[in-house]
Design a protein around this ligand. Sequence first.
Ligand code: MG
Length: 159
Amino acid sequence: MFRIGFGNDVHRLEAGVKLILGGVEIESNFGAVGHSDADALAHAVTDALLGALALGDIGAYFSDKDHQWRHADSFLFLRYAVGLIKEKGYAVVNLDSVVNLEQPKLRPHIDKMRENLAVALEVEINCVSVKAKTGEKVDAVGESRAVKTEAVVLLEKKI
Ligand code: MG
């Protein structure tokens, strides 16, 4: 039995804030604003995992009203979602994802993001794809006002 899940996310960008994507802190003039560490890629992947098994969304487990998740490492949310799908007897087959960000260029960081995600998802790195797109100077991404992410995961029932 296979299940597919989709997740996306958007965070506003501001000067003087950290930019963390896929567990990698990226040197940038603008960072993502959020309650947690605002790792929009980790959030999209977490939602994709939850969505694959119709387990709700990240906000149902880690409310942005809950003070304990202030500045939290978003990989904690991701690992929690992996634990839930494992409890249900599923394992990740592969992940495909997109980060939409005008600047800086993400290429130098992509393999580290893939490695971090592969460890969290308990898969080989060749099962994890992270792609980077710019916004061609239009919309909130193109104007460097936001980072947007999308993720699709495939799960397989193992037991
Ligand atoms: Mg988010």
